[in-house]
Design a protein around this ligand. Sequence first.
Ligand code: NHR
Ligand code: GAR
Length: 223
Amino acid sequence: MPIPKLPIVILISGSGSNLQAIIDAVEENELPVEIRAVISNRPGAKGLQRASCAGLRTEVVDHTQFDNRTAFDEALKHSVEQFEPRLVVLAGFMRLLTADFVNHHLGRMLNIHPSLLPAFKGLNTHARALAAFKAGEIKNHGASVHFVTAELDGGPVILQAAVPIEKDDNPETLAARVLGSEHQMYPQAIRWFAEGRLRLQGNQVWLDEQALDAPVLFAPDDD
Ligand code: NHR
Ligand code: GAR
């Protein structure tokens, strides 16, 4: 029996290369989800073109058209809700979400963040990791998939990929390598959720009926 497909909505702000990795995994029958819509807060996001090319529904909720975050999040909530997703996937989504929006989707919203959380929450993670490397404080950078909670990049971490920093890296070369591992790891975490293997209970992540005491370290062959 094929696993029933989980309805999802993907939120983006930019290039959408993680969105593309998800689209590719679905097309290769490696990810049992139905992408009901791709929603961007930026009208010019390249990811909107990727979505259209794949035949997906797109919507724009332009944050610059709202007076405040509450009004924007209210509109975003309505936009998301019409598609009745069972999971909301943030893929390079760049707007801080209100507690009200997050709590509405608690345990049903994932984010991928370009650092080994809890290190380097927030923005400009690659430049900050390089500075820490140069100060001799760290050797590895990477990316994390986490459940979204009201605390920015503070929700429980599910999966992490470490990316060694090289001596001659700059923020762009480092970002490109981290992005490569994001494309491999994000579809895997979404697949675990779609297969009913992953859940959030309180502040605790459960995978295959085991409470995680630390994030899973990404290995491409894990299934
Ligand atoms: N919202 C909540 N409540 N919790 C999280 O964990 C969130 C979130 C919204 C987005 C993604 C996050 C990341 O992976 C994310 C996680 C935007 C900012 C930010 O400061 C920070 C982190 C993340 C996303 N954004 C600026 C703002 O004023 C705008 C920056 C811009 O538009 O370029 O919202 O890193
Ligand atoms: C990714 O590196 C993602 O982790 C990061 O932005 C990039 C988006 O790339 N997300 C954040 O920094 C969220 N604040 P993409 O649009 O090509 O997927």
